[in-house]
Design a protein around this ligand. Sequence first.
Ligand SMILES: *Cc1c(COP(=O)(O)O)cnc(C)c1O
Length: 376
Amino acid sequence: MADPSSLIREEIRSIQPYNAGLTLEEVRATYQVETIAKLGSNENPLGPSPALRRLFSDIGELARLYPDPQGRALCTRLATSFGVDSRQVILGNGSEDLIGVICRSVVRPGDTVATLYPSFPLHEDYTALMGGRIERVPVTQDLTIDMAALLAAVARKPRMLMFSNPMNPVGCWLTPDDLAELIAALDAQTLLVVDEAYAEYAAGDEYASAIGMLKGKGIPWVVLRTFSKAYGLAGLRIGYGIVSDGGLCDFFNRARTPFNTNAIAQASAAAALDDPDHLVQSVNAAIEERERMKTALATTGYRSAPSKGNFLFVDVGQSATDLAAALLERGVIVKPWKQPGFERFIRVSIGTREENDHFLRALRDAEGMGETPHRR
Ligand SMILES: *Cc1c(COP(=O)(O)O)cnc(C)c1O
């Protein structure tokens, strides 16, 4: 057969396959390890609310019928809790689905999309798919968001500014004052997309969701949220966007598949919202363990970035890919960063106390094997 790649658009050929991380089955089969700490994908170690077990015991009817294509019951609940109109809420098959929907709707060939760097790969990939041009705003030496550079990027009036806050993979975030300054600097020609996948972990005085700050500002915006992280529903694939106005949201609805979120995911998200105690417990456990891990890492000479997520971005002082391979042999899955300038960093999710100790032990052990790490 002839080489089929000539059929494919250049924008797709130039994208790297998404690095989704390893499954437990793959690691078990390849490394013959019994106990595995899966700390590569920022999942919630407590899993979903126990309320979901009841839902799943009676799943036949949900599986048989087509879902509500808009997920109206869930949208209405979300709209009420955020004080917006239900027409301003859009559901996605995970929030990554909505990143694609937004890029398909807005990005034309040659458009500039500004984002933070190191980046969440899908913010760049869906831009590239549409023929857009990425402008990266790198973090500072201290691994914080470079406000001056971000404001300079905004002043050039990109088609879109899309970034995560708290920021994946680093964990840093914009203070409420910085966010207010950024919003004031934005022009109505630029669509602001704030990906708040980790907002539930960040709540407190030092962090503010963009939703409350953007209302009534007269610029177009989308804030993305997900049930995959703090709600523990990563496998069900459901996320949502809050959009500046219903008219803009209607256009995004045209760019998705009609039944993009399934009935089981919609019902599970509603059940998760019914159990706020489980959310609080998940968030508190993650924060306590994150701080314990950060201290333990610092004690052994590893610098990690300030983080308000359920993960740490750690300078391992050597090839992160090599270290991650050594950790896999010891039953620990982490994500080695591969973007230029950050190849000495791993992103490790906060698991249960046992998983985190497993990681710390494996790290000490792996370090003894390889080259002596360079310490900062
Ligand atoms: C995990 C993550 C997502 C993906 O969430 P899904 O709802 O599972 O698609 C989106 N954005 C960021 C920044 C994330 O870290």
